[in-house]
Design a binder for this molecule. Structure first.
Ligand SMILES: Cc1cc2nc3c(=O)[nH]c(=O)nc-3n(C[C@H](O)[C@H](O)[C@H](O)COP(=O)(O)OP(=O)(O)OC[C@H]3O[C@@H](n4cnc5c(N)ncnc54)[C@H](O)[C@@H]3O)c2cc1C
Length: 409
């Protein structure tokens, strides 16, 4: 065994970690960031180098929830980027947010999953909740003093959101919630849950309604976290609702607004997943670059140089796409579904493909936990599944194409 490779450990040397990723920054992508966005990325990178990356391998190995890593980001004031200052955020752009998630995923993909889930829970409360709900929950989700979950998926409804079966039965002073959710990130730890239910299954998407639940309410319980392929530092669990009384003032928007809220939320969550894909790809590429340079001290074989060149080009292309679509969200609010789906599918496929190709380039060394590339491969897989599977994204892209072109003859 080549001990130089096995001992490679940039995660525990913050100066080396930052220097490596600075050397790999691409001017063509940086040119799409303004000064503030570059400053946000630097601030996130510094916290990741000191507090997140050093914990990543142990969190994965021992299945430790990444509480300390997430807290470090929140304490540095970096966990509420897209929220206004009055709600403890920093009022930054979606581009800054994408660059931040990318940085975090590079250091620890599981931390990026916990980080983005906090945002996914807080965002619908801010956009659709009353002032009272917003002030009660959003600042504490953003400063890391509460954990939150966004609960859409059910055993028989995830891709098919309109088919969800959790029922909110109207009562004189609110709703009675019955049903269950599955695969909910941070579900077992959440203090607050944004939950989607139907007031009447016959109404399809028009019956879907969103509620903010306090996890301590009677009748609400959680399952044991699932054992997963990757993202071991995050938790994923079932939620059960057994006659949970929900006061009327915990409704988000109006009855039937749930579908619109989901569609609005997935724009943010698809930026998050896409940024994870780019961050994971960058980490797998960077580790491989360092490792092959140590393995082949004299000169890299041409086939290795050529394989790495392909990966670098693919990462740059996807990062340009990520920043360009995030910028469109900043300027347009809700750009066409097609471009959001192209971004999500392309960038998350990239993460998996680059991690897989990095392992191939490394041969047996790719299999070593010390190098961490196998961790990125395991973590990458689920980004192709959640926030709308990539098969569903391709279907949405096809629909968008048909809508724009009509039937071409
Ligand atoms: C680790 C993890 C974390 C998650 N976190 C959350 C969370 O926090 N909140 C939440 O609500 N959900 C969460 N999910 C759930 C996730 O978003 C869904 O599982 C995912 O969207 C797929 O939906 P589904 O479960 O209904 O699968 P299905 O739709 O049953 O998918 C099964 C297969 O069928 C394919 N398929 C389905 N429909 C089509 C179609 N129309 N065309 C082509 N192929 C299709 C899918 O691509 C897939 O290959 C998480 C899942 C995981 C694994």
């Amino acid at each position: 065994m080549n001990y130089a490779v096995a001992a490679l450990n940039i995660d525990h040397d913050p100066a080396a970690y930052s220097a490596l990723y600075e050397a790999l920054d691409e001017p063509a992508a940086d040119a799409l960031l303004d000064e503030r966005e570059r400053a946000v990325r630097s601030a996130v990178r510094a916290v990741v180098a000191h507090d997140v990356a050093p914990r990543a391998a142990a969190a994965d190995r021992d299945h430790l929830f990444v509480h300390d890593s997430y807290r470090a980001l929140a304490e540095a004031g970096l966990a509420g980027l897209i929220f206004p200052q009055r709600l403890s955020g920093t009022g930054d752009t979606n581009v800054a947010y994408a660059a931040a998630v990318e940085e975090i995923a590079t250091g620890c993909a599981a931390t990026s999953l916990v980080y983005m889930t906090q945002m996914h829970a807080a965002y619908p409360i801010m956009t659709a909740g009353s002032a009272e709900l917003t002030e009660r929950y959003v600042p504490r989700l953003v400063n890391g003093s509460l954990y939150g979950s966004l609960a859409i998926t059910e055993p028989n409804a995830g891709s098919d959101v309109a088919g969800l079966r959790t029922v909110a039965s109207p009562q004189p002073s609110g709703y009675l919630l019955n049903g269950s959710k599955t695969f909910i990130t941070t579900g077992d730890r959440a203090d607050v849950i944004v939950c989607f239910a139907t007031v009447d299954r016959r109404m399809g998407r028009h019956g879907i309604t969103a509620f903010v639940l306090d996890a301590a309410w009677r009748g609400l319980s959680t399952g044991k976290p699932f054992a997963k392929l990757g993202m071991h530092g995050s938790s994923t669990a079932e939620l059960f609702f057994d006659d949970v009384t929900v006061p009327a003032n915990h409704l988000l928007g109006e009855v039937g607004d749930g579908w619109r809220i989901v569609m609005d939320s997935v724009i943010k969550s698809r930026i998050s997943a896409a940024a994870q894909g780019v961050g994971i790809a960058r980490a797998a590429y960077a580790r491989t670059l360092v490792a092959v340079n140590r393995l082949h001290a004299d000169r890299l074989p041409d086939e290795v140089t050529s394989a790495l060149a392909t990966l670098r080009g693919q990462i740059l292309q996807s990062r340009l796409l990520l920043y360009a679509v995030a910028r469109r969200v900043d300027s347009e609010g809700a750009p066409a579904t097609g471009e959001i789906s192209i971004m999500k599918q392309t960038c998350t496929d990239l993460g998996f493909r680059v991690a897989r190709d990095a392992m191939r380039i490394l041969g047996p060394y790719g299999d070593l936990a010390e190098l961490g590339v196998e961790r990125y491969l395991r973590d990458a897989k689920v980004t192709q599944i959640y926030d709308g599977t990539n098969e569903v994204q391709r279907m949405l892209i096809g629909r968008d194409t048909a809508q724009r072109t009509g039937r071409l003859r």
